[in-house]
Design a protein around this ligand. Structure first.
Ligand code: JD8
Length: 250
């Protein structure tokens, strides 16, 4: 999978992208994340990426020409030779996600959908946001990572990269597979976990976990997962509310 990130702060992303399993996945060729500095797609000598809002108001808005040129560059850089060059507005252009508070709230269902793409382009705005025409003809998707306000889309892009990279076969180093974790097939929160020492500050470990009875361990973990989910996130237990299943856990 190839992911191109468009941002005025590529260095903000480069540290995290090189660390841990995300860094290893790239070294192993399982994932190819490229950051691009939007200023490289400006034409004026001041490298302007923004302008004052038409109609007035506070702050600055990011320019549609710069965003369109950046997106067309990464679409066509990834396209197989001989393919007609992609242009903004073309049907079938690569999946291009604009991170914005007005976007579709990210959940594991959307992560799985985005993770099935050959190429993903992540557009990280700053300032007051991006000219509406970029939403219209560059983006194919608008995504939000939650109901709080950030300075820009970079952290949201990192969240998407972490979440989709976990679904790439062979990225997870150990035997643990994503399917039996929180929001996987079961659609439950994870059960509590314990490790050594067996007693810590007067607190022990549930006897069942040291009993050696694997069946009993599995039943305890499932019951604890249900209990925690009912207590903390009852919304996760609601299934098939919408006719299209959009509220059903995957
Ligand atoms: C991109 C600019 C800040 C947003 C005026 C100043 C996502 N879940 C999320 N929260 N916030 C963002 C987000 C915020 C952004 C930009 C993403 C670009 N801002 C703007 C509009 C109102 N402020 C986000 N994904």
């Amino acid at each position: 999978m190839r992911i191109d990130v468009l941002t005025i702060f590529p260095e903000y992303l480069e540290g995290p992208l090189g660390v841990s399993l995300l860094g290893k996945a790239q070294e192993r060729g399982l994932l190819d994340v490229r950051t691009h500095d939007l200023r490289a797609f400006t034409e004026d000598r001041h490298k302007s990426v923004d302008g004052p809002p038409y109609g007035g108001g506070a702050g600055m808005v990011m320019r549609p020409d710069v965003w369109t040129k950046a997106a067309e560059h990464v679409w066509n850089d990834a396209a197989p030779a001989g393919q007609q060059p992609w242009q903004a507005g073309d049907e079938g252009r690569p999946r291009t996600v604009l991170l914005t508070p007005r976007g579709r709230p990210l959940d594991q269902r959307l992560v799985e959908d985005l993770g099935s793409e050959e190429q993903l382009v992540l557009c990280c705005g700053r300032y007051e946001g991006i000219d509406e025409r970029v939403h219209d003809i560059v983006a194919t998707d608008e995504v939000s990572i939650g109901d709080y306000v950030l300075w820009g889309g970079e952290v949201a892009a990192l969240v998407i990269i972490e979440a989709v990279s976990r679904l790439i076969p062979d990225v997870m180093g150990n035997a643990s597979s994503p399917v039996d974790e929180s929001f996987g097939e079961a659609g439950l929160l994870e059960h509590p976990q314990y490790t050594r020492p067996a007693e810590w500050r007067g607190l022990g470990v549930p006897d069942v976990l040291t009993s050696g009875d694997h069946g009993a361990v599995d039943r305890w973990r499932h019951a604890e997962a249900v209990r925690l989910t009912e207590q903390r996130r009852p919304d996760l237990l609601v299934r098939d509310v919408d006719p299209d299943g959009s509220n059903a856990p995957s």
